[in-house]
Each structure stands twice: as structure tokens, then as C-alpha cells.
Design a binder for this molecule. Structure first.
Ligand SMILES: NC(=O)C1=CN([C@@H]2O[C@H](COP(=O)(O)OP(=O)(O)OC[C@H]3O[C@@H](n4cnc5c(N)ncnc54)[C@H](O)[C@@H]3O)[C@@H](O)[C@H]2O)[C@@H](O)CC1
Ligand SMILES: Nc1ncnc2c1ncn2[C@@H]1O[C@H](COP(=O)(O)OP(=O)(O)O)[C@@H](O)[C@H]1O
Ligand SMILES: [K+]
Length: 509
């Protein structure tokens, strides 16, 4: 699913109007009807309802929502926020319509002191600004956005298309914005919704389809995409009946150290459950018995010492299809040296996570030695250690994309919506997963999955997109069974099977 900019959304709008028997007024009616339907399904008609409308088309949507809900007997008051002397034609037409039928329900806000006192338990609709916002809101209108946000603990705030004040394509980190409980947005995710800085503003997001033209959507390019299950189904390769363990590759995981062998166990189990044919673990001496007894399906090569030997790469088995390195390896100098030798010796794409990334953060010259098309999986702190601090999430997203292209690596940035930047400039956002996965070890599971998929022959892009989606989906299955609170990384691993079954309809029981 594509993520379009505000300008492209306007073009999609215009294209739809030009190529379908639908006018801009009808499109507004459609958008508002989708919102009114959503509201009717959740709120009773006697809920006190206050709709704040701006002077652009977002305000137009608010006026149509008011008219449609009045027809259903809702208890509506409309407040026009006079942010500008100008207005859009469709908004003006809908204002006239409402004024003719319900003049007593229309109120006007020209200054902050015009803000009303609300009845208890009210539903507040924010239709002041949508995708047309060009710069941060200031002056008394900013005060109105504050007044609405201040209501959030006592009233339910629903934003139409965007929480007012949030810009679709740029940071509004320090700008005044409405903090909504729900955002009902039309047709597309906006980039702003996917970044942590807007989490408290967007609240629970619902994307409502309004039938924008499929040809425009298919023809228009954008670097930003949402990973959807349809795409995953085209990536997933079901096993063929005559396949054997050699078909699914031999992976090597270099993970664990004294006190952190759990990371190696989790990555190994995830690697096996994600379908690898053969798995070898390379661990320090202390890890040998642990791996042999907890992951019997894996082979184990142990160092004679407690640290990683700088020569171990000389014994690398050429049969390894993919090497995953990092979870729990520590950042000792000897380990850093052995990582350097490994990066120099390996030519095929690898998976680098956790301490492998922390070591590279300390010795940045190592970045140039990482094999092209490798997968790097930093969380935000690791990302900062690798590439430096940024002042907002948009700047960080842009740095992520720039580094992936410059270094010809796949770099993901973990989070609620993990962003995967590709060497070709594309960025994929993952929407699966839940806060139950915010627990130590979840990332080790992801490393195991990615190493497994690369070893099985998935291309680096397919492996990272599929792997991140799979990890989040398994986390969702596990949370549905156990709750988010009780979820452990092992449960993500145990749920991988259910996700594979979902992807292969003929295997459903
Ligand atoms: N294709 C779509 O997605 C559709 C979009 N529609 C609605 O149309 C909206 C976009 O409408 P518009 O382009 O008219 O834009 P908006 O209504 O989002 O904003 C325009 C208004 O904001 C004012 N404004 C802009 N920046 C400002 C600032 N920094 N401070 C104060 N005032 C500022 C302008 O003067 C104007 O009054 C969407 O968000 C959506 O709600 C729907 O009506 C129909 C279909
Ligand atoms: N709130 C959340 N919503 C969705 N996914 C999450 C959330 N919190 C964490 N995750 C996922 O869990 C994983 C945590 O990885 P990481 O921080 O590296 O953990 P660790 O290093 O402890 O193993 C990431 O893949 C991340 O995307
Ligand atoms: K809005």
C-alpha cells in the first residue's frame, strides 16, 4: 500500500474527479459519510456533539458530518473557526446548506475567548485543518488547538483526516496540535502518522476508504509503502513436496556471551522456526552446553576461550548461506576485532544486530566493510550510535533512507511502525506487532527470523520485508492468546507456525 504526500493526495482527488462521474462536492460527501457511519456505529445519538470546522475542505467535511448526523437525530453544535477570510467553494456550499436548515446550531470563533464550555461526556470533532496545512499554526488559532487538546481527559476527541496542526509530510514536533483519541483518515496512511513524535496526537488510527481512483494509485510512484498481507502473500514461498533440508539453506548465528546466552537461544529457536534447513551456532566456550541442551536441532561450534577468536572466520564453512551476528556478543575489543575480520572475509549479505551494531558505532570505519545488501536491524538508540542524533523523526527518517542508499544496505529502524530503508531508496513501514513485544529478547527473535529467510534463498529485500511482518504478526497472535503484558519473546517464536498456516490456506486444519 502506497503512502502519498499531501500534494499527491490532492492530485488523486483531482484525478478521481476528472476520470469518474464524481464531483469534488460528492467526494466530500463520501468522505463525510464514511466518518458519520463510523461515528454512528460507536456513539449514541444523545451524546453531546461539538464539531469544530475550519475554512478549508477539512472544515467542509465537518459541516457535512454535522448535516448527516442531524438527519439521524444527533445532538449537534457546530463551531466555525475563522482562521482565514478565504474559504473553499465546497465548504462554502455546505455552510450555506446548513445555515438554511439549522442556523441556530452554527456558532463562530474569532478569538480564543469564543471557545465554548462543553457539556459533560461530549464528543468533539476536530475538522479545522487537514492535509492543506502548509506551516505550523500560530496566533489565537493555535490557542484553539490547545483548548481542544485540553479536553482530552474528559471528552472524546475525533480528528477528521489529520489531527489539526499535524503536517502530513514534515515535522510538527514543536507545533501546536490537537491530541485526538481517534483519527479517521481518508484512503491513505500519511507519513506523519507512522512516526513516534505524533503518536499522542493521532491516537487510534482508522483509515476509511473513499474510492479514490485506482489508476492514479497504481501509476503514481512514492518511496514510502505500508507492508500489507497481499504483498506478503506474493513473497512467501510455500515448500515444495520434494524439497529436503539442503533446499532451505545452512545458516550460521554468532550470538551470546557469558550472561547473555539467552539471546543466542532465542535467535536460534526463531531461526529454526522460521524454516531454515540447517543451523550452526558459533558461541564462546560458556555457551556450548547451553546450546546443545536447549536447541538440540542446531549444531554448535564453541570457542576455546570466553571471547570470540579473531581467527574463527578462517574456519567458516563455505556452505553457510547466511550469517547472522550480534545478539548478546558483547563489545569487548577482541570481539570487535573478530567482527572486523568476519566482515572482511564474508561477501554475501549478512544480518547485523545489537552488539555488532554497537561495535560498528564505536568503530565507524567498519561500516564500509559490511557486505553490500546486508540487513542492519538497529533500535533507535543503536541507530543513533551508528549514524548520529537527529532533531526530529522526519530528519531521522531521511537520514535512514540516505544511509541505506549511500551504503547499499537494508537498514531497519525498530519501533511501533518499523521502517525498512532499502538501497534503491524505497522505505517500507510495518504495521504488525504490538507493545507486548517491547520486552528484552524480541529483537533477538527478529535476527533469527531474518537470518533464516536469507539462508533459505529469499532476496535481501524479500527477507527483510517478510521477516519484519512475520515477527510482528507472530507477536500479534501471541498477544491475542496471552495478553500483551504476559508476552515473552519465546511466545513470538511459538506463534510463527500459526502465521505460516495463515499464509498457506491449503494447510489450514
Ligand atoms: N482526497 C481527499 O483525501 C479528500 C479530502 N477532503 C478533505 O480536504 C482536506 C484538505 O482540504 P484543503 O486543501 O482545503 O485544506 P485544509 O482544510 O486542510 O486546510 C486549508 C485551510 O487551512 C488554512 N491554513 C493553511 N495553513 C494554515 C496555517 N498554518 N495557519 C492557519 N491556517 C492555515 C487555509 O487558509 C485554509 O483555510 C482533507 O484533509 C480532507 O479533510 C475531502 O473533503 C474529500 C476528499
Ligand atoms: N509498541 C510496539 N509495537 C510494535 N512492535 C514493537 C513495539 N515495541 C517493540 N516492538 C518490536 O519488538 C522488537 C524489539 O527489539 P529490540 O528493541 O531490539 O529488543 P531486544 O534488543 O531487547 O531484543 C522490534 O522488532 C520492535 O519493532
Ligand atoms: K482535522
Amino acid at each position: 500500500m502506497k503512502i502519498f504526500s499531501a500534494a499527491q493526495i490532492r492530485e488523486a482527488d483531482a484525478y478521481t474527479i476528472a476520470h469518474e462521474p464524481v464531483s469534488s462536492a460528492m467526494l466530500m460527501e463520501r468522505a463525510a459519510a464514511a466518518c458519520a457511519g463510523w461515528l454512528r456505529a460507536r456513539f449514541m445519538a444523545d451524546t453531546p456533539l461539538y464539531i469544530f470546522c475550519g475554512k478549508g475542505n477539512n472544515g467542509g467535511d465537518g459541516l457535512v458530518i454535522a448535516r448527516l448526523l442531524l438527519l439521524r437525530g444527533y445532538n449537534v453544535e457546530v463551531y466555525v473557526v475563522h482562521n482565514s477570510d478565504k474559504t473553499s467553494a465546497d465548504r462554502a456550499a455546505n455552510y450555506t446548506l446548513l445555515e438554511k436548515e439549522h442556523p441556530h446550531l452554527l456558532h463562530h470563533i474569532h478569538a480564543r475567548h469564543d471557545f465554548p464550555t462543553l457539556a459533560p461526556g461530549a464528543l468533539v470533532i476536530d475538522a479545522i485543518f487537514g492535509t492543506g496545512l502548509s506551516r505550523p499554526v500560530d496566533g489565537w488559532v493555535a490557542g484553539i488547538l490547545h483548548s481542544i487538546s485540553e479536553l482530552k481527559d474528559r471528552h472524546t476527541i475525533v480528528a477528521i483526516d489529520m489531527p489539526s496542526g499535524v503536517m502530513a509530510d514534515g515535522s510538527s514536533l514543536h507545533a501546536p496540535c490537537v491530541h485526538a483519541r481517534y483519527t479517521l483518515s481518508f484512503e491513505f496512511y500519511k507519513l506523519a502518522f507512522l512516526l513516534p513524535e505524533n503518536a499522542e496526537r493521532v491516537g487510534e488510527l482508522h483509515i476509511l476508504p473513499i474510492g479514490l481512483h485506482p489508476t492514479y494509485i497504481a501509476q503514481t510512484t512514492t518511496p514510502y509503502h505500508i507492508i500489507d498481507e497481499q504483498t506478503i502473500r506474493t513473497i512467501y514461498q510455500p515448500r515444495k513436496p520434494f524439497s529436503h533440508k539442503g533446499t532451505f539453506g545452512h545458516a550460521l548465528l554468532i550470538a551470546g556471551s557469558f550472561g547473555k546466552m539467552g539471546a543466542a537461544v532465542l535467535a536460534a529457536k526463531a531461526c529454526l522456526r522460521a524454516g531454515v534447513g540447517l543451523l550452526t551456532l558459533h558461541v564462546p566456550r560458556c555457551g556450548y552446553e547451553i546450546i546443545q541442551s536447549t536447541v538440540p536441532a542446531a549444531m554448535c561450534v564453541a570457542e576455546v576461550e570466553e571471547q570470540y577468536s579473531i581467527h574463527f572466520h578462517e574456519g567458516l564453512n563455505p556452505a553457510y548461506k547466511c550469517i547472522g551476528v550480534g545478539p548478546g556478543i558483547g563489545t569487548e575489543t577482541a570481539t570487535a576485532r573478530s567482527l572486523e575480520r568476519l566482515l572482511e572475509a564474508v561477501k554475501a549479505p549478512m544480518v547485523l544486530d545489537a552488539d555488532a551494531l554497537n561495535i560498528i558505532g564505536t568503530y565507524p570505519a567498519l561500516l564500509q566493510k559490511v557486505p553490500k545488501n546486508s540487513l542492519l536491524t538497529p533500535h533507535p538508540k543503536e541507530f543513533e550510535r551508528l549514524f548520529g542524533a537527529t532533531s526530529d523523526d522526519f530528519e531521522r527518517l531521511s537520514l535512514l533512507g540516505k544511509k541505506a542508499v549511500e551504503l547499499q544496505l537494508y537498514i531497519l529502524l525498530k519501533g511501533r511502525y518499523t521502517a525498512i530503508a532499502c538501497p534503491d531508496g524505497a522505505v517500507y513501514f510495518n504495521t504488525t506487532g504490538n507493545p507486548g513485544m517491547a520486552t528484552g529478547g524480541s529483537g533477538d527473535v527478529l535476527t533469527g527470523i531474518l537470518t533464516s529467510l536469507l539462508a533459505q534463498g529469499y532476496s535481501p529485500k524479500a527477507a527483510i520485508v517478510f521477516g519484519v511482518w512475520l515477527h510482528g504478526s507472530a507477536g500479534d497472535q501471541a498477544a491475542a492468546r496471552l495478553s500483551e503484558e504476559a508476552l515473552l519473546p519465546e511466545d513470538i517464536i511459538d506463534s510463527l507456525g500459526q502465521v505460516f498456516i495463515r499464509l498457506s490456506p491449503d494447510k489450514r486444519i
